[in-house]
Write a protein that binds this ligand. Structure first.
Ligand code: ATP
Ligand code: MG
Length: 171
């Protein structure tokens, strides 16, 4: 599957993992827990970095769940089992870049809105503003070689601190 950051393609990922989730509200909790466990497993002990990565994941996965609409009504089992109900979270650290790449793939053709300035009483519209403030870069793409059912990827990068295990290649 294509990486949204072309500069990364010259380097093999030394840390790459992914999790596929059904787009239900508990996907957000699972994605957060998976992110923390994965980053700690990769040797990242900087709690601020893990917290920031978890927050980015949380906002992007929440948006994907909401875009697929299964948080609103109790879905039928056939909907739950449909490929289009799946979200894919990818975490990747690439040598020489010192960045964590977070990708959230979904099957909704709509693009994320540009982050605005939500009013003080507004209950929505803050997620991407948080992403915009926290991430080194973020955006979305419709990769031509996306594996079905996913058609869109929303991604964010964040600078990663050094880790004792970062120079070791994945088995
Ligand atoms: N993955 C996505 N697919 C389709 N639309 C998206 C996606 N992510 C975001 N959007 C759109 O962009 C809008 C802004 O997202 P943002 O996260 O900033 O606010 P929100 O989700 O509406 O509210 P909040 O995150 O504050 O609870 C969303 O309301 C939605 O319309
Ligand atoms: Mg949101």
């Amino acid at each position: 599957m294509a990486s949204p950051i072309s500069a990364f393609s010259a380097f093999p990922a030394i840390r790459h993992d992914s999790l596929t989730l059904v787009a239900l509200p508990n996907a957000v909790w699972l994605a957060r827990a998976y992110t923390a466990a994965t980053l700690r497993g990769w040797g990242f002990s900087d709690e601020q970095f893990v917290d920031d990565a978890r927050l980015l994941v949380s906002e992007l996965v929440t948006n994907a769940v909401q875009a697929l609409g299964m948080h609103v009504v109790m879905p039928k089992v056939s909907t739950l089992l449909a490929d289009e109900s799946l979200i894919r979270l990818v975490l990747e650290v690439v040598p020489g870049v010192d960045a964590l790449l977070i990708e959230v793939w979904d099957a909704d053709p709509r693009a994320p809105a540009r982050p605005g300035r939500p009013g003080i009483d507004s209950e929505h519209g803050r997620g991407l503003a948080i992403v915009d403030g926290l991430a080194a870069s973020w955006g979305y793409r419709y990769p031509k070689d996306a594996a079905l059912p996913w058609i869109k990827v929303v991604y964010a990068t964040i600078r990663s601190p050094p880790t004792g295990g970062a120079n070791r290649r994945c088995p």
